[in-house]
Design a protein around this ligand. Structure first.
Ligand code: PEP
Length: 251
């Protein structure tokens, strides 16, 4: 049975104190009940990982927002997958569109990050998604296929089984304009089909595919009610503990 997951990507937000308060608020809300069969993950900035791990323990998952494509060495400012694992995280976001576009990450970089993550014992939360002009030209399935093939399909089956995919149309991220449930379901089903073709039906059925892009309490329920949408990767709305909690309870 595949997991339902709601993951919060805090991006470049919160000081350490603010981040610790936010994590405490999420934990406090979850202790009240709800979120039953949903795995909750938060992805604070690197600097917060160790302290936040002390707050959340194993009650919710901890992710980094990125990792280095290299394992170690003279790469000033980079943070390796192994370092992230040693700080207590169990997941890392790879290939987020903001990294692909603002920091020129190539599919090859993303593939290295995924490999390093898995070798270090982290589960990669692999993001893919098309830009607005690619949707308008109806070439979005080709774009997503290429990102997935180049980013993930060199993995052997056992390693691929550790991957979580997030479909995040770039035009929906931080814009307030979410994909419709039909648009999201079409792509999630397509991704599952690609995975079945490459690996097998069992791997495809067990793959968790999240939707990301302006997901909020008012639209999460409608999105999550689709067969192939197993939860969400939440940006802006994860900075409010109440909104995040409400999304967690939207299944
Ligand atoms: C994201 O950045 O992964 C994201 C989905 O952002 P938002 O929810 O703010 O659109």
């Amino acid at each position: 049975m595949r997991r339902k997951i709601v993951a919060g990507n805090w991006k470049l937000n919160t000081t350490l104190t603010e981040g610790m308060d936010l994590a405490r608020s999420v934990i406090d809300l979850l202790k009240k009940g709800g979120g039953g069969n949903v795995s909750v993950i938060i992805a604070p900035p690197f600097t917060h990982l160790t302290e936040i791990k002390k707050i959340i323990g194993d009650e919710i998952g901890l992710a980094a927002q990125n990792c280095a494509a290299e394992k170690s060495g003279a790469f000033t400012g980079e943070v390796s997958a192994e370092m992230i694992r040693s700080a207590g995280a169990g997941y890392v976001i790879t290939g987020h569109s903001e990294r692909r576009h603002y920091f020129n990450e190539s599919d090859k970089d993303v593939a290295s990050k995924v490999r390093n993550a898995i070798e270090s014992g982290l589960q990669p939360l692999f993001c893919c998604g098309e830009k607005l002009h690619e949707r308008e030209r109806s070439i979005y399935t080709e774009v997503i296929k290429k990102q997935i093939q180049l980013g993930l399909f060199d993995l052997p089956k056992d390693d691929f089984s550790k991957v979580i995919i997030a479909y995040e149309p770039v035009w929906a991220i931080g814009t307030g304009k979410n994909a419709t449930p039909e648009q999201a379901q079409e792509i999630h089903q397509y991704i599952r089909h690609l995975v079945e073709e490459k690996y097998d039906r069992n791997v495809a059925n067990n793959l968790t595919i999240l939707y990301g892009g302006s997901c909020k309490p008012s639209n999460a329920g409608e999105l999550f009610s689709n067969n192939d949408i197993d939860g969400g990767l939440i940006g802006g709305a994860s900075l409010s503990a109440e909104d995040f909690y409400s999304i967690i309870n939207s299944f």
